[in-house]
Design a protein around this ligand. Structure first.
Ligand code: NAP
Length: 308
């Protein structure tokens, strides 16, 4: 369907994980075993799938992992006590609080209670500040994964016009700062941006993280540019399916079998205009877990004063 070059996130994630496994082996020779504690509250099915896959990936790479599953009735006080214990443990290098947390738990207070040196999601204000000022720290996994993908596929960033749609704390904002660090000229767009297409049509690199199925159309994409689609939206209606994937027999089969399929924030037809793009699924998604593993090893090294 598309003419642009596919940027294969699954392959890049595999390469990142191989590098992490090599680092783990090197650390083992120094008697260091990186450890990740994943805290999963309650029974949100999507969160359970994400966390299980994170724990499984740890096992595959030789990282120690521990899954802690408080009941969904847990209080902020109990969660703070748990975080304090994990902060104090020498064998834990990374603490992951799977979001969303139940409404009675003060998520902000908890994220700020995590020791910034163990904050492998890169959400703590101290790490936000370190990223902003270019100091060594831990950066959010999804945007760091996008930078790795661009580097490893040889897409130049320096001097390029990069446009980021979305300004969330976990994707859009850190994405913009990371692109700036790579010497791109960065514009951040959001829901109050006037004439969005005016900006996107000038983008050599367009990163879309807005959470609107197929929002970015062909007319909004600069021909030959690189389009990174962070969005993950589930398509369940036949009408939406036909809107995005009419004539795509592989998707049709998947849709019939599963009753749903994933579409990003970019209309798949817009990928024809792009020079390179990340597909959904198989683009940005796999990079997030790979970067979580990389961050865990990075935390283990930073905490011991080792070179990263
Ligand atoms: P979010 O917190 O909901 O932020 C969405 C952003 O998009 C906001 O900044 C919003 O602007 C902007 N936006 C919404 N409508 C817009 C419009 N019409 N025009 C321009 N900007 C608009 O979402 P998020 O957490 O950043 O996630 C974004 C998407 O990425 C979601 O689909 C999510 O599922 C996906 N995601 C994927 C991964 C992965 O591993 N692949 C990881 C994280 C997120 P305002 O600030 O003005 O409201």
């Amino acid at each position: 369907m598309a003419n642009g070059r596919i940027l294969d996130g699954t392959a890049i994630a595999a390469a990142i994980k191989e590098d992490v496994a090599r680092e783990v082996t090197k650390l083992a020779a120094q008697g260091i075993l990186p450890g990740l504690a994943a805290v999963l509250v309650g029974n949100v099915p999507a969160s359970q799938i994400y966390v299980r896959s994170k724990v499984k990936t740890c096992e595959a790479l030789g990282i120690a992992s521990e899954l802690i599953t408080p009941a969904d009735t847990v209080t902020t006080g109990q969660m703070l006590a748990l975080v304090a214990k994990l902060n104090a443990r020498e064998d834990i290098d990374g603490i992951l609080l799977q979001l969303p947390l139940p409404p009675q738990v003060n998520a902000k207070a908890l994220l700020e209670a995590v020791n910034p040196d163990k904050d492998v999601d890169g959400f703590h204000p101290v790490n936000v500040g370190r990223l902003q000022t270019g100091q060594p720290g831990l950066s959010p996994c999804t945007p760091s994964g996008v930078i790795e993908l661009l580097k490893r596929t040889g897409i130049p960033m320096s001097g390029q016009n990069a446009v980021v749609i979305g300004r969330s704390d976990i994707v859009g904002k850190p994405m913009a700062i990371l692109l700036l660090q790579q010497n791109a000229t960065v514009t951040v767009c959001h829901s109050k941006t006037r004439d969005l297409a005016e900006f996107t049509r000038n983008a050599d690199i367009l990163v879309v993280a807005m959470g609107h199925a197929g929002f970015v159309t062909s007319e909004m994409v600069k021909p030959g540019s690189t389009v990174i689609d962070v969005g993950m939206n589930r398509v369940t209606s036949r009408e939406d399916f036909d809107r995005f994937f009419a004539g795509d027999s592989r998707r049709e089969k998947m849709f019939r079998e599963k009753g749903s399929t994933l579409v990003g924030d970019v209309d798949p037809r817009a990928f024809r205009v792009a020079g390179a793009y990340t597909p959904v699924p198989g683009g940005v998604g796999p990079l997030t877990i790979a970067m979580l593993m990389a961050n865990t090893v990075r935390a283990a090294k930073l905490r011991r004063g080792l070179k990263v």
